[in-house]
Write a new protein. Structure first.
Length: 289
């Protein structure tokens, strides 16, 4: 019986296109080692850290990867900055709490031996909530463009919820990432509060208003949509807790935006989280034109 080639053998296939992997981190000592190991077959791994205060940097430096540090202005800014610093035409972006399982790694390596039909590809994510993969609540359809030609992809200027923009068709690969988004409330709450803060800051910069509907209606609609329409109820208690958390996150975002507006109307200066307003971050570098 013919055995499947190993990842090392696939990585050495003649004519395979080289691949750069980008990973961004902040206080990811629990995740970063396993994340790097899941992409060890890549030709280049660039890790961009936002001055972690735990053991993240120590762990990163124990692996044969390129390492840079940069102030955090949001996921989109970090990834665009990294895109201008990798060597190869094809790029795979992986978050520190994600893993590239062997089936996906094999698919990508085989893909790189062929002539790609498109400039960007979606990859599904299997999202683990505590100890269970969520199959409903809108998470089952979670997919992101993460494999693409470097000069063809760029993130928009947003602090949160920025999706990579690639011109033309974007097919979907067959195999998913594993996404360890929620291990415990201790781990999740900092990220949860940050996203609410950043979302409010983004909305404030865009001049968005806030009223009763945003504060009360949007959270209620989020719960109804994810728990009933998107069948989060079928995920049991995991689905209930998840949908309530998502709803509460929407409430926090608009409550914070309301607070900004009240304080601004009283003449107070509103200090927002730092944004990256350098135009070069949001446009491809000149050597890619």
């Amino acid at each position: 019986m013919k055995t499947k080639p190993s990842l090392e053998e696939l990585a050495k296939a003649p004519g395979r296109k080289a691949l750069s992997v980008i990973i961004t981190t902040y206080n990811e000592e629990v995740n970063i080692g396993a994340c790097i190991e899941s992409v060890a077959w890549a030709d280049e791994i660039l890790v961009v850290d936002s001055f972690s205060t735990d053991r993240t940097v120590e762990i990163i430096k124990s692996y044969p990867v390129r390492f840079e540090q940069r102030e955090y202005f949001g996921s989109a800014a970090q990834k665009n900055w990294a895109l201008d610093r990798v060597e190869h035409d094809w790029v795979l972006i992986v978050d520190a709490d994600e893993r590239v399982p062997e089936p996906l790694a094999r698919e990508i390596l085989v893909f790189l031996t062929k002539e790609p039909e498109a400039d960007g590809y979606y990859i599904r994510r299997e999202n683990l909530f505590v100890d269970k993969v969520i199959r409903h609540s809108g998470w089952s359809t979670d997919r992101v463009i993460r494999l693409f030609r470097r000069e063809k992809g760029r993130y928009p200027n947003r602090r949160v919820h920025a999706d990579l923009a690639v011109e033309g068709p974007t097919p979907e690969l067959q195999n998913p990432f594993f996404h360890y988004t929620f291990r415990s409330f201790d781990q999740y709450f900092e990220k949860f509060l940050n996203y609410a803060e950043w979302g409010a800051a983004q909305a404030y910069r865009e001049g968005r208003s806030v009223g009763f509907f945003e504060i009360a209606g949007r959270p209620a609609w989020r719960f109804f949509r994810t728990y009933f329409l998107q069948l989060g109820i079928l995920d049991g208690r995991h689905g209930l807790v998840l949908c309530l958390l998502q709803s509460f996150g929407v409430f926090l975002k608009y409550a914070r935006l309301w607070e900004y507006r009240v304080r601004a109307a009283a003449g107070e200066e509103i200090r927002l989280p730092a944004f990256d307003d350098d135009p070069s971050t949001w446009q491809p570098s000149e050597n890619e034109e």
